[in-house]
Write a protein that binds this ligand. Structure first.
Ligand SMILES: [Zn+2]
Length: 75
């Protein structure tokens, strides 16, 4: 039985693999196992507490940093 949940995911179609590689002309993103409740697993909310996106922070950091997208949440 696997004890860890670490894999690679395509940022375009969310296909997964247990080995690194390319998919849809993008490098697949490594997803490390995070502890339950980790802030990187949570969606980003704005200052009023409304969801800015349903995507978890780890995904935004991996995919949208390069695009310069602002996803900062309320402290
Ligand atoms: Zn893909």
């Amino acid at each position: 039985m696997r004890r860890t949940c670490e894999f690679y995911i395509c940022p375009i179609c969310f296909a997964t693999n247990d080995k690194p590689g390319m998919h849809h002309d993008h490098v697949m993103i490594f997803c490390k196992q995070l502890p339950l409740g980790d802030d990187q697993l949570k969606p980003v909310r704005d200052i009023e507490g409304d969801l800015k996106t349903r995507a978890p922070r780890w995904f935004l950091e991996a995919v949208w940093d390069a695009a310069g997208m602002d996803y900062k949440a309320a402290p």
